[in-house]
Design a binder for this molecule. Sequence first.
Ligand SMILES: [Zn+2]
Length: 262
Amino acid sequence: MRRLSDRLSYLVSGITGRLGQKPHCPACGSRAAIVCDRKWFHTLSECQNCGLLYRFPSEPAKQMADFYQDRYSEPVATDMPDDTTLASLVATNFKDTYLDRHYHLRVIQALGVKPGMRVLDYGANRGYATLQFKRLGFDVTAFDISRRMAAFADKIGVKVHTSIENVGKGFDAVYSCHVLEHTPNPRKVILDQLSLVKPGGIVIGHTPNGSKHFSISERTSFIGRGDKCLRRNSSKVSLDKGPTLRPRMIAPKSCNGIIKLR
Ligand SMILES: [Zn+2]
């Protein structure tokens, strides 16, 4: 959010949002929360019921979707390298860069998802992770709402669908990296993702840990440790009656919890 107009828009949305909204957790609905941080008229609160960190006030889903189409700017997520740099990244398979997804690929294989199986890269961005999955032999499909990112992914031969209706169902795994924290309602997104995997399939969401306490006490673990996995089991997960999901920590130094659905 670098442009002055975006800053002003954020400031105004914080003021107007407070007039029309009451703070509540977008995952469990609880109003019990403590404020961890604030920026102008927005606050970062920690739900005292489920532990989710959430921003208040929130913007309408349509407004957020529009923002991520062409105004979202974050170097690690939206930089579009020149052709020479891109060719080098592709040639080295992103090795020794922050775009290297080796760790994530090891995680997903440790969970029983092997090359040849169907994976949905949910929030594929520029297609970098999709390409790395493909190179290991996964049958991977990519989705992102941003048409701008999808167009860029064409450069590296990755087809990114911009409509979730077009990706199909019955995946062995849905994978996302730093996506859930950008969605208006992560609980709904996780349930949607679970509807896309076949019974026994898994949903893996890598997220940052925004907890101030965690970032202070676990500085060396702060980056890349927000790993959670949900396994769909048709006998335990009801998409109609609400979630009975139990996120499973899959790395010993995982974060202290962005989402805890029960
Ligand atoms: Zn909650």
